[in-house]
Design a protein around this ligand. Structure first.
Ligand code: APR
Ligand code: PHB
Length: 394
């Protein structure tokens, strides 16, 4: 006989989507239980995103989990686009009326959220196994899982599928319900974490004949850098020396030097755009990477996950306060309006900044013209800036 438990909202996944949702619901007096198949340490040590939109920063602050972000996060009011050896700053503060971004690792956001959940009696169960979701098209959805060898059954009113692209919630939805939209890119990113002081105050996106490169950071002592590579590359064939040499070549600019240092972590990730529609089925709601994936060029993955659960938390709050499902019924349509605009921006940044195999000379010249336009027209720069700092929530 499984150990039975009851809550209002069952949440699968303790990544940004799951933990932000759980705490947002707590702040509204709504009970939730989060089940996560990895350990807390594993989730908090994964090297993931690092750029927080203004809206994400404001939300985390309003939730009471922004204190360390405020002291340790790096606030930036612009980025640099570099091509043909020249550098051009996109001034967010000027173009967006004062908005910026904050560099603060996703892992740190999760630490802050987990600490807040523990401090407020939140129920986040790590290292669960064999998670499945049932009866979500009825009035008593269930999440079944095993914890410490014990079979458990969580009965709830709603299930939030915050279990990422490889989770079980999206695949649990019956065939024929969902439509998938996919674009695979013919390249990936080789990313490194290095014990080297960042060689720029702000992020540098570079378009180079040999391919894209990005200079980012985590702290004043730790650099985060990426270079475009074949998605099937074997990371073991990339020595630290070879990585730094390629980064030096692609990021080179007159009078500027790239500081090197010991590489602490390196990896290659593929790149795709993915959206599933709708993002809900019965009382199951998909949020974050379980519903969509963006290429990292626009730094949107974490921010889009947070936006989804803001919409879901607002809808659940309305339901529990009034019994009305009107916002719940509009959840998918509301989220997808933002999702597709963010997909467009991420695709545009990726298409503008990467070298495509088999591209024509025309395409190459067109890309250079795009970069020239964005760095010489205020109107063009504004479109980049307003998307990068984050479009307003509906
Ligand atoms: N059961 C329980 N938990 C699961 C299962 C499962 N079957 N499958 C996956 N999970 C967990 C993962 O271990 C992960 O901790 O769900 C969580 C999903 O978190 P993310 O993948 O981070 O997705 P999301 O919360 O939507 O945040 C998106 O995270 O991965 C980055 O680049 C992504 O920045 C983006 C952000
Ligand atoms: C990062 O710092 O990890 C980062 C920054 C900007 C991006 C992608 C990743 O576009």
């Amino acid at each position: 006989m499984p150990i039975s438990q009851r809550t209002q909202v069952g949440i699968v996944g303790a990544g940004p989507a799951g933990l932000v949702l759980s705490h947002l619901l707590y702040l509204q007096g709504i009970d939730s239980v989060v089940v996560e198949n990895r350990s807390r340490q594993y989730v908090e040590e994964r090297v993931r995103a690092g750029v927080l939109e203004q809206g994400t920063v404001d939300l985390l602050t309003a939730m009471g989990v922004g204190e360390r972000m405020k002291t340790e996060g790096l606030v930036h009011y612009g980025i640099e686009l570099r091509f043909e050896g020249r550098s051009h700053r996109i001034d967010f503060q000027d173009l967006t009326g004062g908005k910026g971004i904050t560099i603060y690792a996703q892992a740190e956001v999760l630490k802050d959220l987990n600490n807040a959940r523990v401090a407020t009696g939140g129920q986040v169960f790590f290292e669960v196994e064999n998670v499945s979701v049932q009866d979500y098209d009825g009035a008593k959805p269930k999440i079944r899982y095993e914890k410490d060898g014990n079979a458990c059954e969580l009965t709830c009113d709603f299930i939030a599928g915050c279990d990422g692209f490889h989770g079980i919630c999206r695949p649990s939805i019956p065939d024929g319900v969902l439509t998938e939209y996919v674009r695979e890119y013919p390249f990936g990113w080789l990313g490194i974490l290095a014990d080297a002081a960042p060689s720029s105050e702000e992020l540098i996106y570079t378009y180079h004949d040999r391919g894209f490169a990005l200079l980012s950071m985590r702290t004043p002592q730790i650099s985060r850098l990426y270079l475009q590579c074949d998605p099937e590359e074997d990371i073991d064939l990339w020595s630290d020396e070879k990585i730094w040499q390629e980064l030096q070549t692609r990021l080179a600019s007159n009078g500027w030097t790239l500081t090197e240092g010991p590489i602490l972590q390196k990896g290659i990730t593929g790149m795709r755009s993915f959206v599933v529609e709708p993002m809900q089925y019965g009382n199951l709601f998909l949020a974050g990477d379980s519903a969509h994936i963006v290429p990292p060029t626009g730094a949107k993955g974490l921010n889009l996950a947070v936006a989804d659960v803001q919409v879901l938390a607002r809808a659940l709050t309305r339901f529990y306060a009034t019994g009305s499902r009107c916002l719940l019924n509009k959840y998918s349509a509301t989220c997808l309006r933002r999702v597709w605009k963010v997909q467009r921006f991420s695709w545009w940044m990726t298409s503008m900044l990467h070298r495509f195999p088999n591209e024509s000379p025309f395409d190459h010249r067109r890309q250079l013209a795009e970069l020239d336009y964005v760095t010489s027209s205020r109107a063009a720069a504004l479109t980049l800036a307003e998307n990068y700092v984050g479009l307003p929530m509906e």
